[in-house]
Design a protein around this ligand. Sequence first.
Ligand SMILES: NS(=O)(=O)c1ccc(C(=O)NCc2cccc(F)c2F)cc1
Ligand SMILES: [Zn+2]
Length: 267
Amino acid sequence: AAEWGYTKRNGPFTWAKNYPTAAGIRQSPVDIDTALATSDSSLESKPLRWKYVPQNTRTIVNSGHGWRVDVDSEGSELVGGPLEGTYKLQQFHCHWGSSSDKGSEHTVDGQSYAAELHLVHWNSSKYADCGEAADYPDGLTVLGVLLKVGAKNPELQKVIDLIPSISHRGEKTEVKEAIDPAKMLPKTLSYWTYLGSLTVPPCNESVTWILFKEPVEVSEEQLAAFRSLRCYKRGEECPCDEVDGLLISNYRPTLPLGTRELRECGS
Ligand SMILES: NS(=O)(=O)c1ccc(C(=O)NCc2cccc(F)c2F)cc1
Ligand SMILES: [Zn+2]
């Protein structure tokens, strides 16, 4: 079957054909209607806490759907807030648009941001690895960070510097200069949280979403670098009808929150 992607032919509105879960009732992303959010004292009482090991960021790969930094989960942990048990960092990646007026996956009161960073964690208290965890409703937690145009982001610059060496799908390279995921998080830790899914096929409904309220800055040049990735393999012709196979946009439009609860912690 034609590989899923973000063009008319293989984009988000076609995914349910090969991935029926994509048509489920616990899908992500969603629009955060701030008026609907309920503040929850139990969230306030258990602060979200994380520990990352910068030296454990191993490789960066062009997945064909964007860049992804794979991490050695050992030594990392995410606890507290809405979470039960301990979650370990598996990878982080980004979503963006063809221009900086769009590109985030979650929107806030209908407003899109220029991009969105996802730090993907799996429940190591209950499951053996990320792949197994992805099959359970409490298996994964993704920390989402909204990115807006502004100053150059020094930590993300370490990713940008590696993009030329992973220009085509399937290419990967060692991350030599340690990238500290903690440095890519906003200063204030207020967040919204709800139960959702992977935002790409197979769209497993196994993600506790934690989306920070405060956006983090990234420069136009850095966003342009993201869009220079290609969605096809070196030596192959471009399959996608995207402008010469450039990955100019890789965000899924929002799905209905439905009857799901949206909670918030912090102002
Ligand atoms: N954008 S996001 O943050 O919601 C997101 C997070 C994780 C993954 C992932 O792990 N995919 C690989 C994967 C893992 C387990 C099972 C699978 F089928 C699978 F494709 C994809 C998207
Ligand atoms: Zn993502």
